[in-house]
Design a protein around this ligand. Structure first.
Ligand code: HEC
Ligand code: HEC
Length: 361
């Protein structure tokens, strides 16, 4: 590369010497490489739209934890045992790990999850590797902490379908559990709150797998190859991803409508609206973290896209823009797709570069 640049520079000098227009002294690739070679703070400013909530890219800090559940290895080990124990379900066959499989980035690799009696859930099981840092949990943000989240799948009729009283009785009947709870919490009896605390403590020990992006954050964009660099430039420029995917998690923690709510149709999912009842939230879902995203398909709250190529084609088209039927024209709840999405006009080379960049995360 350096030789080529030297030759181009000499040609430019020679051209100027004989009175021709100067050739550019660097190729676009070398310009991009220079611009992104350092740490994120030195990169060209991301192209943000009005209303975007931007936090700088950076390494993940230590996970926050609540005062009433400080971290401890004993508690986390107990939480891991509970997480893998199908005894927390009515059938005695479904554990948290059934849908959050450690070998599948703590997801299940399925479009939407199967639970009790092999009933199909309506949403995709997210990876839990970044759960400790999420401001709100679930695609619609209905749980505020891992402690309050933990009982939801245990009692959900389509997931573990258990009676919490039965689960706690079963744990109290097992002397090895009683002992482990005593070691972790100092109490004689197993309680529902302590079970939730242990599950949360375990999940706070999970973290995204080390990736090339971690090296970018400590050593600079110079560690990326040309294609990945182009992908980064698009991600925080022309493709607009950075408007919602930013900060250490590559998520703004906000709710946006990409047009995937299937409003008024069989697969309708109103997302955040189900929690807030606010019309602006119809079809809005919380921006997921993109850390480790290449291992986390199928994608979106409904697992609509099996591949990252599919996701990028979707964004290239400007997301989905469902049109109201005649009967829906006057419906105040008819969802509006985020103004941050618009057709991007990416070339096939640019789409491939975006995917290559996503794989570094
Ligand atoms: C039957 C499959 C299934 C089982 C079993 C299951 N989950 Fe989940 N989990 C899901 C699905 C699907 C979602 C997304 C649901 C939603 O957003 O409405 C989810 C979401 C979560 C989230 C939120 C993650 C985020 O980033 O928003 C956490 C945390 C979680 N589960 C932990 C657990 C724990 C702990 C257990 C066991 C007590 C468990 N899950 C059992 C399928 C399952
Ligand atoms: C308007 C905010 C916004 C913009 C802009 C945006 N995203 Fe997203 N992204 C989201 C939200 C919200 C979801 C989840 C939506 C859903 O499930 O309905 C998501 C989901 C994804 C997923 C799926 C992750 C998973 O675990 O399922 C990927 C991959 C992704 N985005 C990549 C991108 C890329 C690449 C771009 C730029 C071309 C981009 N996003 C632009 C908000 C945004």
């Amino acid at each position: 590369v350096r030789r080529t640049v030297d030759i181009l520079v000499w040609l430019g000098v020679a051209a100027m010497a004989i009175g021709l227009a100067p050739l550019p002294s660097s190729t676009p690739e070398t310009g991009r490489r220079q611009a992104f070679s350092g740490l994120p703070a030195s990169w060209p400013a991301p192209a943000l739209m009005a209303g975007a909530r931007f936090t700088a890219f950076g390494p993940l800090p230590a996970p926050p934890y609540p005062d009433d559940n400080p971290p401890s290895p004993v508690k986390a080990a107990l939480g891991e045992r509970l997480f893998n124990d199908p005894g927390l379900s009515a059938s005695g066959q479904i554990a948290c790990a059934s849908c959050h499989n450690p070998e599948l980035a703590f997801g299940d690799g399925l479009k939407t999850a199967f639970g009790h009696d092999r009933q199909r859930g309506r949403r995709n099981a997210p990876s839990l590797r970044a759960a400790a840092w999420r401001p709100l949990l679930f695609w619609d943000g209905r749980a505020a902490s891992l402690e309050t989240q933990a009982m939801a799948p245990i009692v959900d009729r389509r997931e573990m379908a258990a009676d919490p009283g039965d689960v706690i009785r079963r744990l109290n009947a097992d002397p090895t559990y009683r002992e482990a709870f005593k070691a972790a919490f100092g109490a004689k009896r197993v309680t529902q709150d302590d079970m939730a605390r242990a599950l949360a403590a375990y999940q706070r020990t999970l973290k995204p797998q080390a990736s090339k992006w971690d090296r970018v954050l400590t050593r600079g964009g110079a560690v990326l190859d040309d294609q990945e660099l182009l992908g980064l430039e698009l991600f925080q420029g022309k493709a607009g991803c950075v408007n919602c995917h930013n900060g250490p998690l590559l998520s703004d923690g906000q709710f946006h409508n990409l047009g995937l709510s299937f409003y008024g149709r069989k697969l309708q999912d109103l997302g955040r609206y189900e929690v807030t009842g606010a019309p602006v939230d119809v079809g809005a879902f919380q921006t997921p973290s993109l850390r480790g995203v290449s291992r986390n398909g199928p994608y979106m709250h409904n697992g609509l896209f099996p591949t990252l190529e599919g996701v990028v084609n979707f964004y290239d088209a400007g997301g989905a823009r469902p049109r109201p039927t005649a009967a829906q024209q006057a419906d105040p709840l008819f969802p509006t797709t985020s103004p941050f999405l618009r057709p991007l006009g990416l070339t096939s080379e640019e789409k491939a570069a975006l995917v290559a960049f996503l794989r570094t995360l």
